[in-house]
Design a protein around this ligand. Sequence first.
Ligand SMILES: Cc1ncc(COP(=O)(O)O)c(C=O)c1O
Length: 439
Amino acid sequence: MNFTLEKSATAFAEAKRYIPGGVNSPVRSFRGVGGTPPFIAKAAGSRIYDIDGHSYIDYVGSWGPMILGHAHPEVTHELTDALTRGTSYGAPTLLETELARMITEAVPSMELVRFVNSGTEATMSVLRLARAFTKRNKIIKFAGCYHGHHDSLLVKAGSGATTLGVPDSPGVPESIAGNTITVEYNDAAGLAAVFEKQGEDIAAVIIEPVPGNMGLVLPRPGYLKQVREITEKYGALLIFDEVMSGFRVAYGGAQELYNITPDLTCLGKVIGGGLPVGAYGGRQDIMELIAPAGPVYQAGTLSGNPLAMTAGLATLRLLSHTEGFYEQVTKTTAALCTGIQAQAQKQGFHFQFHQVGTMFGLFFTDKPVYDYASAKQSDVDAFNIYFHAMLEQGVYLAPSQFEASFMSGAHSQADIDATIAASGNAFAKVAQYYSQQKA
Ligand SMILES: Cc1ncc(COP(=O)(O)O)c(C=O)c1O
């Protein structure tokens, strides 16, 4: 098969003249897996199309938002209609109230909701709020959990930072990073030990309830409940960062799935239907500290803009009105994982397959993965071989071992079958690589 990305390579070189590294978010550069990133021309349903003329079954879904698939006709129709009414007013609209209402109904712990423009903005703002409410400064996060790129949380973050091997960024002042304590995910005893020593200084624990930024890692049974109990015991707030898992692992997010009530929640991705959006919300008594209701300042020129609200509303309406949407797509995801796993086993590989709802992930290691350190045991070189073999066969996976994959309602049985078949060939290449290693 002759697979080339000539046009994309030229476009990448040109992009580098004007944009640092040629991309506007590091992991898009393919630094982790090597090679040229296909430049994308368009997307529809389960597929994306590059400027070299290839079509791919897409399991990135813009890193999570596209749960209905790309260019869903109803979302597109609503957006086109909204465009004719102007793109931003900087004044309140009915759309914002309606989307906030839908979110509070889906995620009851979010009694009040504030819209922002990205997940990063949501987690940044929520920390200020938590600090103001508790009058404490320290924050606990978990190794390998990514919450966006602002200073307080760019410490032992996963995602692009893991892929590029720069977990802590230059430019983050020690005085800020010093207020962030990092604990291992899935280790309740470790968390309790930190609280025993410093409990009175800790404003909040921020957690991806289902981490998707060190690859997909699952909480051990009872773990999230223990985290809730520990935070409650010490009067610290529990923040669920559901930017990725919200409206993704279930309509009500991971907190619905695991039946845990956090104090505050961050959302993004799905609630913007593919447009830039973020949100944070939670207990009314805490949220009422936000300006103009209260003294904690936070604002945004384009926050709650009518296009993002329209796409979000159209998406949530479709998700909530489509009978059995999550059950169906979860089943499709399970079928895909089972099929890929069987292909891996044919080659004698006992890799780790994780799935929750419509998210899934595969670690190239035969040892269990439950935190950042165990995720890092994966064979990245083997993953990269698999990744490129899949790409060449028209399957677009996240270009890093340390990212989750996403299913959409637009993926068909034919897509699943094609992906499983492609995996068989890709694992055969990995097997070849291992036998060359041994030789
Ligand atoms: C859990 C989580 N929190 C926060 C963010 C940051 O969101 P954004 O990229 O919209 O700033 C991400 C992005 O992937 C995320 O996965």
